[in-house]
Write a protein that binds this ligand. Structure first.
Ligand code: CA2
Length: 151
């Protein structure tokens, strides 16, 4: 079965436990369930992960890139958390392995502090979903499928 990845960056393990006015009350486990249902309906195998460590996220991106190259996966939905705004290394990893990525942010980062307006990931993303809450993950999965199948 073809795989699809959903990767989450730092502090997203806290989703649903704090700052509900910004991030809502849904937990990351709930997000995984939503993504799993979406993937089951689409006939895709979901690989879901969260890490607080930049190097771990880079390793996962490289592994995902290799799986896409081998024809065993379609790409990744990626919420890089605060690394979005700091990480040249994530930018280089995505570009380096040509991984099709849909960048997802739960909040509308452009309505927030200026330091959240810059993304190092967006220039190497296939598409971006911002500000639709956790539903953005489902949108990201649908967008990724559409982008890789329709070109
Ligand atoms: O809106 C998003 O999805 C973000 O990627 C979330 C990051 C933030 O640094 C980005 O600017 C936008 C923060 C993730 C931390 O999530 C928490 C959730 C609940 C409580 C505390 C942190």
């Amino acid at each position: 079965m073809t795989s699809v990845y959903v990767f989450n960056g730092p502090n997203l393990n806290l989703l649903g436990t704090r700052e509900p006015e910004i991030y809502g009350t849904t937990t990351l486990a709930d997000v995984e369930t939503m993504c799993r249902e979406e993937c089951e309906a689409a006939g895709l195998e979901l690989v879901f992960g969260q890490s607080n460590h930049e190097g771990q996220l880079i390793d996962w991106i490289q592994e995902a890139g290799a799986e896409v190259k081998a024809g065993r996966a379609i790409g990744a939905v990626f919420n890089p958390g605060a690394f979005t705004h700091t990480s040249v290394a994530l930018h280089d990893a995505i570009e380096g392995v040509e991984l099709p990525v849909v960048e997802v942010h739960i909040s509308n980062v452009h309505r927030r502090e200026p330091f959240r307006h810059r993304s190092y990931v967006s220039p190497v993303a296939r598409g971006i979903v911002v500000g639709f809450g956790v539903y953005g993950y489902v949108m990201g999965l649908r967008g990724l499928r559409h982008a890789v199948t329709a070109g």
